[in-house]
Design a protein around this ligand. Sequence first.
Ligand SMILES: Cc1cc2nc3c(=O)[nH]c(=O)nc-3n(C[C@H](O)[C@H](O)[C@H](O)COP(=O)(O)OP(=O)(O)OC[C@H]3O[C@@H](n4cnc5c(N)ncnc54)[C@H](O)[C@@H]3O)c2cc1C
Length: 375
Amino acid sequence: MTVVIGAGIAGVMAARFLHEEGGEVLLVDRSRVPASGGSGAAGAFISPKIGKGGPLQELTNEAFAFAHRFYRERFPEQFHPTGVLRIPKNPEDETRFALYEPHNYRPFERWDAARAAAAGYRNVPGGFFFPEAGDADAQEVCRLAAAGIPFVQMDIRKLERTGGLWQLIGNDGMIEADSVVLATGYESPLLDLRYMGIRGLWGSRGDYATARRFPVSCHKDFSLSSTRNGRVKLGATHVKHPEPCRICDGRPLAELERKASAIADTADFRLIETFCGMRATSRDHFPLVGPVIDAERTLEEFPEVMRGAKVELIHYENLWILNGLGGRGFVFAPLMARHLARHILRGESFDGRIHPDRLFWKWARRLPNEWRVEN
Ligand SMILES: Cc1cc2nc3c(=O)[nH]c(=O)nc-3n(C[C@H](O)[C@H](O)[C@H](O)COP(=O)(O)OP(=O)(O)OC[C@H]3O[C@@H](n4cnc5c(N)ncnc54)[C@H](O)[C@@H]3O)c2cc1C
């Protein structure tokens, strides 16, 4: 049996694909229901990445191509592909849009200011409109993706490998597993994962009642959803802080409301519900999908790795990670989870772009200096 720790979008998708590919799987989270972490707070916009090309944009857009079809087929009631208008963040960004255009995911349309105004977005120079993009109901998608998969509520405090099995020691008992998937988001105290450089960025989302009708969603340095059932979502992840905002009274949203009012008529917006959460990013912003290095043993047995020697890395047996999905957890999770499930169950190899080993070498070379600073 594979135990997936963490029932955010990463964990539920890993469990879903493992289950569908024929594996025996158990989903564990410290909360009673899925999506209690960053995933529940997400606006869950599913849109492509714009930019000057490059590997991260390419990977993101591969994941987007997979995700929008996946959500449309599997969650037709919870995914709303109304299209997303990408608006330049500022005048410099506006000039860069011409450079971005050749690298755009297709199909897309170039909207001018008048076309954007017709969709309710004023004082903007227009932008790129991606008709296949949209947003999902974050909590519902996670809940439905986890449906039919055994679930246990437990806060896992320790992982131990004994007699060829993993023991997951929790606040309230112990679970034995053949293999483990760590999908714990920004929290990673169970093993030494420092080489992956996982860090959190917190953000907030407000759901507002409004009589205004926005037919399409828009994304600037915040996201505003199309109107559904008299409601819109407004959100962004923007604050670098190791701890999330635990008591969210809506104050972090004031700045977002000010920004939104500059491009849309928000006069009648009435805050209904507030969400706050952390999202986890890796050191190089690529997802982390694959086996986990036993850093302590590798450094002990091969100290020359700290001087840049290429050695055979020692991985934990039957233990994988799915994390570092950044601000695009809902875009990345389906494709990354399928990769992981096919590796675990069929032995398919990992794509080097997402394999966590990529981050170990540089981290290990910097270690002696870090030790000196710490001690
Ligand atoms: C405000 C906001 C807006 C966002 N907007 C978007 C967006 O529009 N589009 C998009 O694609 N992404 C968006 N994101 C990013 C997205 O939400 C994240 O990438 C995604 O939620 C990461 O999912 P996860 O499963 O890795 O982590 P999480 O959702 O944080 O899940 C981790 C889970 O692990 C559990 N856990 C941790 N440790 C333990 C333990 N020891 N024992 C048991 N359980 C444990 C936690 O309880 C939690 O449920 C947004 C994020 C935020 C905060």
